[in-house]
Design a protein around this ligand. Structure first.
Ligand code: S3P
Length: 177
């Protein structure tokens, strides 16, 4: 499933497990793990939730675009977890698709909502119920995730290790010998 680049990139909605699964995959592959939200937070010294509140979503998206660029241009082959909305930017979509093997972690909105808990760290989930918001985002973003993904994994009934197994199976099967 490798499409040119060398990274393993995880995309999907909030609660899909990108960070937990990405960290597990990186550990098992012996590679660095890069989380675009964490890059933004390190660069600004501010949490994502605080950035939404202080500078707004559009300024956050600019920072996120730079974080995606930095992550994808990392010289060492890495495992990269992209924030759920990173695929909204067309330039980031191109970078993500060219960066390596891209896995879309998918789950039903109610399952995602259960995983994000009260959503207090996710500003987009503060309006309405998390399940309804995640359902709306899933519908709106499916084309963008689909455009970058080489593989889709439905994670509903899988543990973090189970998802990591599925990701690495797909990744290693597709890796050139
Ligand atoms: C967002 C997802 C979050 C974070 C921000 C916006 C989104 O990342 O970047 O709250 O637009 O889906 P996770 O997907 O890692 O929770």
């Amino acid at each position: 499933m490798t499409r040119g680049g060398r990274h393993l990139v995880l995309v999907g909605l909030m609660g899909a497990g990108k960070t937990a699964v990405g960290a597990r995959c990186a550990e098992r592959l012996g590679r660095p793990f890069i989380d675009t939200d964490a890059l933004v937070e390190t660069a600004t010294g501010t949490s994502v939730a605080e950035l939404f509140a202080s500078v707004g979503e559009s300024a956050f998206r600019d920072l996120e675009r730079r974080a995606v660029e930095d992550a994808c241009s990392s010289p060492e082959a890495a495992v990269i977890a992209c924030g759920g909305g990173a695929v909204l930017d067309p330039g980031s979509r191109r970078r993500i698709a060219a960066a390596g093997s891209v896995v879309w972690l998918r789950a039903a909105p109610a399952r995602l909502a259960a995983r994000v808990g009260d959503g207090s760290e996710r500003p987009l989930l503060r309006l309405g119920t998390p399940t309804a918001t995640l359902k709306r985002l899933a519908e709106a973003r499916a084309p963008a995730y689909g455009a970058v993904a080489d593989v889709v994994i439905d994670t509903d009934d899988l543990s973090v290790d189970g998802v990591a197994d599925a990701v690495l199976d797909a990744y290693e099967v597709g890796e050139p010998g």
